[in-house]
Design a protein around this ligand. Sequence first.
Ligand SMILES: *[C@@H]1O[C@H](CO)[C@@H](O)[C@H](O)[C@H]1NC(C)=O
Ligand SMILES: *[C@@H]1O[C@H](CO)[C@@H](O)[C@H](O)[C@H]1NC(C)=O
Ligand SMILES: *[C@@H]1O[C@H](CO)[C@@H](O)[C@H](O)[C@H]1NC(C)=O
Ligand SMILES: *[C@@H]1O[C@H](CO)[C@@H](O)[C@H](O)[C@H]1NC(C)=O
Ligand SMILES: *[C@@H]1O[C@H](CO)[C@@H](O)[C@H](O)[C@H]1NC(C)=O
Length: 445
Amino acid sequence: MFLLLIFQALSSQGYEQAVIYGNSEILGYYYVDIWVGTPSVLQTVIIDTGSRLTAFPCIGCESCGKHMDPYFDYKKSNTSRIIQCNEGISCTSCNSDTCGYSQSYSEGSSISGMLVEDIVMFGDDFAKAQKVRAVFGCHRKETYLFRTQQADGIMGFAQKKNNILTLVDVLYKDNKIDSNVFSICFGKEDGIMSIGGYNNSWHKGNISWTGYYDESFYAVKMDKLKLNETKIEVKSSDFSSQYTTGTIIDSGTTFTYLSSKIYTALYKDFEKFCEEKGRCDGKTTDVYGEAHDCYMYDYEKYADIADFFATFPTIKLGIESIEVEWKAKYYLFAWPETPDIFCVGVYSNGAGGNVFGGNFMRGQNVIHDRDNRKIGFAESNCTPEYPHNKSRSTIPYYIGQKTDISVFSVVFYSCGIMTMASLSILYILKKRSKSIQMTEENQEV
Ligand SMILES: *[C@@H]1O[C@H](CO)[C@@H](O)[C@H](O)[C@H]1NC(C)=O
Ligand SMILES: *[C@@H]1O[C@H](CO)[C@@H](O)[C@H](O)[C@H]1NC(C)=O
Ligand SMILES: *[C@@H]1O[C@H](CO)[C@@H](O)[C@H](O)[C@H]1NC(C)=O
Ligand SMILES: *[C@@H]1O[C@H](CO)[C@@H](O)[C@H](O)[C@H]1NC(C)=O
Ligand SMILES: *[C@@H]1O[C@H](CO)[C@@H](O)[C@H](O)[C@H]1NC(C)=O
């Protein structure tokens, strides 16, 4: 034990990396493992750059759903401590001197409970994974998606606004990591992330850097959109009509939502692009709940699906002086029950701003450099190296899950059949994707 402590002290600088699990299509989110308490127990948390709180259900929660892991039992952890009301941490409520929190998310779900401090460990390399004391939420109540999701909880990565620190803030404050940086690399399936630095060898090309301009969200100044080389017809001021920058990048939103003007212009030009013969080369199909055509993949015509994707335009985001490519293979997605039919994962956010969600982040390492207030994009396959002896296997998590636990597992079993059940799942998945207004102070996205 003593030797281990010395080793941890010596290796206190550097960066941590961890495998990301999840996808946009079946789960609608991506999550990582963290280890909490003494002895450490596993909790799985959704990666959300649009909120700050880290929270998961704790023992005694009567209105929490069933998740991958048992509820965290803070009473069994000899390093846990319940946060009291007078500690200078903002509490949303105060009950018999315990500090309560409550948070609602724009897709309609909410969580509430009490704040607890305990040791949290991030990183798959156990020998060097960093342990820090961090404050997190212990759910006493979960509603809607928080209740039905497989992952246990959520981990926020947004910037500091109130005095609850995110895991990145704590690791940096305690000098456990070199720099106030984290990177998120979502693959089509699973991915990899780092805290305290990033690894250039994940990248296929150079990093394109741009500034971000908000105190809590990762808000960038997008002022152009192109489909291959065709600029869509909107004024650059249309991008920022909703708030200062008009565009945020948010890993916790499943799909991408554009303010109505941009959305309408994008689809108009998308359809125009597709009119030419040989482009967007799939029979157009109506899919329930989709406002636009979806495209049938003909595997006899295109043995390699990459050739099918190549008939679609690349969406290119002009952000200040850089251009970030969003390839068809990532913005197109197939609902699990109709795996041959591909829809465009871009929806209207009405009067709200532009939110580029998890489906946009796929296929690139998105580096958040918080000291320099910049965000970098580098093309990557985001292929993780799975730790060999992890309890979590690489077998897709929906296999072997008890069907009564999770609505999402039903998707797998009803594959190919458009049943009423799967229709409601479609609806649930759509709801998971958050529609964001960015005006309500107390709301996280
Ligand atoms: C806490 O528990 C761990 C293992 O369960 C034990 O090694 C450690 O000594 C305990 N610490 C205290 C302060 O009781
Ligand atoms: C960076 O990633 C490569 C490839 O995944 C890996 O071999 C290397 O060890 C990583 N570097 C560090 C410092 O972790
Ligand atoms: C990366 O940057 C270097 C130096 O600016 C440049 O020479 C090279 O062409 C760039 N590579 C790519 C793939 O853009
Ligand atoms: C659009 O760009 C993609 C990739 O950049 C390419 O594969 C495709 O052929 C282009 N399509 C047209 C019609 O130019
Ligand atoms: C994985 O294996 C390494 C080396 O054998 C060991 O040190 C580590 O504790 C193991 N981790 C788990 C979670 O079993």
